[in-house]
Design a protein around this ligand. Structure first.
Ligand code: NAD
Length: 442
């Protein structure tokens, strides 16, 4: 199949690479010239395990090309995927301007029947909106169909998720156009849900909001555990082993972040209110999530006293492991709070250092380090923000010898409190129960 993928970000680039790997001819279009030039030179604009090799392989075989020329991409393709950004506006409403611009250009450039697929996460009703924009910009009427095919990949395992998704959702106006997508995805041999367009659009928001709700739920339970002296990591296991509940998204910590959950939850709240429903449950999910960074900083204050002029070592800046993405990362909320309290930060992340430099390079109250232990030098405490595997089994004796005051605030509950304390380091996790000393650092 001839495919054009518009938007060469996390979703578009991975989708394009996987479709090419399945034997399709794919042109990936982006209006960011630098990105396209880099991709042509074999440089990845994002970090994603396995992506570079897959792109190189398909580029060399001539199945995957990169361009800024959307009209040419549209003309070459039978199926056009829209995978541009859908950022939030101040109000929480989804900004559809990138989708609209692409739809208008598709309308202007169309030369024959096309299937236009919305892969971007868009509010219910956007399929209809895209149809209307394309029609309005067509120089002469040409038939086309709009399909919703929301994306569920996770950054950090995007290739794996695209090759082996739990399900593929296809929201199509009729069976015939649905079959085009079924044919395209058939080699993956994964379950497919074929439904109408609005239902497919709602599935994406309902899924992300449910997962966000699970995270806020366990964080609310963590608050109760903290007050009652219970260990939330035990509570989580006891809940999660119930097959109706499951362990995933049940880790108490600093809350959710990233480019999807926060904006998707806000967007669903906004859509609900537009449709006349006050989604109180989701509003609470957002509130609980917002409190998490302040909660950890408060814990630090209680243990260390005023944070003014203290140096804090921060491990993990990306919004989750295996990505360099810092959009809406919990680390950013925490850094802001630490700076507000007058602290200085020394930070390390295995992949997000370049992004952190771009965001904070001109600040004097953060030093970005090349290595985890280097971030600890002269620090009054260590805070774990992102649970990168590289941080799970450190040399605690070495940590103790480097830190000015041996204390760890484990924002992701990755350490066994006893192991840390046995190494002579004070340990503060999220609701780890009475077994953990609440004494001040030695
Ligand atoms: P991104 O910001 O990484 O990439 C979007 C790309 O679109 C950018 O490269 C940008 O230059 C390009 N673009 C914008 N306007 C354009 C135009 N007019 N013509 C050509 N290119 C244009 O975004 P992303 O993370 O890949 O997300 C894309 C969509 O997929 C969003 O709706 C997002 O909510 C959704 N989504 C993202 C993820 C994720 O993990 N990142 C997962 C599932 C769904």
């Amino acid at each position: 199949m001839n495919i054009c993928v518009v938007g060469t970000g996390y979703v578009g680039l991975v989708t394009g690479a996987v479709f090419a790997d399945l034997g399709n001819d794919v042109i990936c279009v982006d209006n960011a010239l630098k990105k396209i030039e880099a991709l042509r030179a074999g440089q990845m604009p994002i970090y994603e395990p396995g992506l570079e090799e897959m792109v190189a392989r398909n580029k060399d075989d001539g199945r995957l090309t990169f361009s800024t020329d959307l009209p040419a991409g549209v003309r070459q393709a039978d199926v056009i995927f829209i995978a541009v950004g859908t950022p939030p506006k101040e109000t929480g409403e989804t900004d559809l301007s990138q989708v609209e611009a692409v739809a208008a250009e598709i309308g202007r450039s169309m030369d024959r029947y096309k299937v236009v697929v919305n892969k971007s996460t868009v509010p219910v009703g956007t399929g209809e909106f895209v149809r209307e924009v394309i029609t309005r910009h067509q120089p002469r009427p040409l038939d086309f169909d709009v399909v919703s095919n929301p994306e569920f990949l996770r950054e950090g395992s995007a290739i794996e998720d695209t090759l082996r998704p739990d399900r593929i959702v296809i929201g199509a106006p009729n069976q015939q156009v649905a079959m085009t997508l079924v044919e395209l995805y058939a080699p993956l041999e994964r379950p497919m849900i074929i439904t109408d367009l609005p239902s497919a659009e709602v599935i994406k928001y309902a899924s992300n909001s449910f997962l966000a709700a699970k995270i806020s739920f366990i964080n609310a339970i963590a608050n109760i555990c903290e007050a009652a002296g219970a260990d939330v990591s035990q509570v989580m296991k006891g809940m999660g082993l119930d097959s109706r509940i499951g362990m995933q998204f049940l880790q108490a910590g600093l809350g959710y972040g990233g480019s999807c959950f926060p904006k998707d939850v806000d967007s669903l709240i906004h859509t609900a209110s537009q449709l006349g429903y006050d989604f109180k449950l989701l509003r609470s999910v957002v509130e609980i999530n917002k409190e998490r960074a302040a909660h950890l900083v408060e814990m630090m204050r209680k243990a260390m006293g005023p944070l003014e002029d203290k140096t804090i070592a921060v491990l993990g800046l990306a919004f989750k492991p295996n990505t360099d993405d810092m959009r809406e990362a919990p680390s950013r909320r925490l850094l802001e709070q630490l700076w507000e309290a007058g602290a200085n930060v020394r930070a390390f992340d295995p992949e997000a250092t370049a992004e952190a430099k771009r965001l904070y390079g001109d600040r004097i109250d953060i030093k970005l380090c090349d290595e985890a232990y280097a971030a600890l030098e002269g620090a009054d405490a260590l805070v774990i923000i992102t649970e990168w595997k590289a941080f799970w089994s450190p040399d605690f004796a070495r940590i103790r010898s480097i830190l000015r005051t041996p204390v760890i605030f484990d924002g992701r509950n990755i350490y066994e409190p006893v192991a840390v304390e046995n190494a002579g380091i004070a340990y503060y996790g999220i609701a780890r129960g009475r077994s953990v000393s609440a004494g001040s650092p030695q």
